[in-house]
Design a protein around this ligand. Structure first.
Ligand code: V47
Length: 372
């Protein structure tokens, strides 16, 4: 049974979605311009249930940000600090290893590790950090370093991207998070993050990671100065790379949080736009298996509802989040496993704890087993 669509422009798109056909650039723009959120959401939910059934995934993870010192000064960011800024911090290796252990008794299955582009920390330092983590927490998956950090380390070490990835992988990097993609449009990028690698370079690092067998995530930062065409262009460029490599596991739309950034005059995104981004990305990214509703960014309430608008993953327990909280997020720093279970069950979905590679995890109180 299909619902009544208020927006007649959605009808040909509905036919293509139900026939399992790929949507075009223009379809994407139409979806973004439509205010028929229930129509767009219904279509996205149909795809979500086709791809992931009734399951909503989550994991038990911990974020680690070894430093917020950053040579870039992106207008979108409230996290990075200049090397001379007394508010900045850089952990020693011992501190990283110790912080990683806070909450370890809950049997964390993933460390999510990202940080600023530090002018002095070397590739060897990061390799030693990974080796030390693997030695101390051998069963924890290390999801570490955005494409931006990889490109920066390669530049500083004067090594090819591929070589840097191989060294990090050999030291223990198991996969990579999807951050730093922002929005690929050069016009927008020049304004919000002109110190970062450009969109083509971001995609090229991802391509090389995938060729080496390293799975990654991907993101899009929306709700600043981009338009619907910029969003669709971003999604289509990710979809094109995925056609080549099949290395992206999850897409995470990230709502811009303006507080404490150089773009603090911009308004926050609305609930409508947050839901629409989940839904449109589910519809456009027909070759990426998972759409994550990052609850820190969306709020727990919106992340929960988004499970009926295209998302099938709520991320994890996180424990200590810094990037969004520096930019004014009022959500909690972490959730307990029981909280995530409740958010999923009350939406009528079936919770499945996963590891970073989406293998089901079986858990006793303080330990877990990955079921292959
Ligand atoms: O790369 C930075 C964004 C990203 C702001 O891969 C901001 O599983 C909003 O990538 N307002 C980091 N966004 C977060 C991220 C992520 C989160 C959860 C899961 C995964 C994953 C990845 O946050 C940055 C940037 O795009 N960001 N500053 C800000 N003021």
């Amino acid at each position: 049974m299909t619902p009544h669509f208020e927006d007649a422009r959605l009808l040909p798109i509905r036919d293509r979605v139900l026939a399992g056909e790929r949507l075009s650039f223009d379809d994407g723009v139409t979806l973004y311009r439509s205010t028929d959120i229930l129509g767009v959401g219904w279509l996205a939910n149909a795809v979500r249930e086709r791809v992931n059934g009734n399951i909503t995934y989550f994991n038990v993870n911990r974020h680690i940000n070894p430093t917020d010192v950053c040579t870039a000064s992106c207008r979108l960011c409230a996290f990075g600090k200049k090397a001379r800024d007394p508010r900045g911090y850089t952990m020693s290796l011992d501190q990283v290893w110790e912080v990683a252990g806070h909450g370890y008794s809950e049997a964390v299955s993933e460390f999510h590790i990202v940080g600023g582009l530090h002018p002095e920390l070397t590739l060897d330092w990061y390799c030693e950090m990974l080796r030390g983590l693997k030695q101390r927490y051998p069963q924890v998956h290390l999801k570490a370093f955005t494409m931006v950090e990889i490109a920066y380390l390669a530049k500083r070490a004067k090594l090819p991207i591929r070589e840097v990835l191989i060294r990090l992988r050999d030291a223990g990097m198991d996969s990579q998070p999807g951050g730093g993609a922002e929005i690929f449009s050069e016009r927008v990028r020049r304004i919000i993050c002109d110190h970062k690698i450009d969109g083509s370079e971001w995609l090229e690092v991802a391509r090389i990671s995938h060729q080496l067998g390293i799975k990654t995530n991907c993101t899009m930062l929306y709700g600043h100065i981009e338009g619907p065409e910029d969003r669709v262009d971003h999604l289509v460029r990710l979809r094109d790379v995925q056609d080549e490599t099949n290395g992206f596991q999850t897409f995470i739309p990230l709502a811009f949080h303006p507080a404490n950034t150089a773009l603090a005059h911009l308004p926050k995104t609305t609930g409508y736009d947050d839901l629409r981004n989940i839904a449109v990305s589910r519809l456009m990214l027909d070759n990426i298996p998972h759409i994550k509703a990052y609850w820190v960014m969306m709020t727990e309430a919106m992340a929960q509802i988004s499970q009926r608008f295209g998302s099938d993953d709520l991320d994890g327990t996180i424990v200590e989040e810094k990037i969004y909280h520096d930019a004014g997020a009022t959500t909690s720093q972490g959730l307990r496993r029981a909280d995530l279970l409740r958010l999923i069950r009350e939406a009528g979905r079936e919770p499945m704890e996963r590891d970073t590679l989406y293998r089901p995890v079986e858990r006793t109180e303080n330990a877990f087993t990955i079921l292959v």
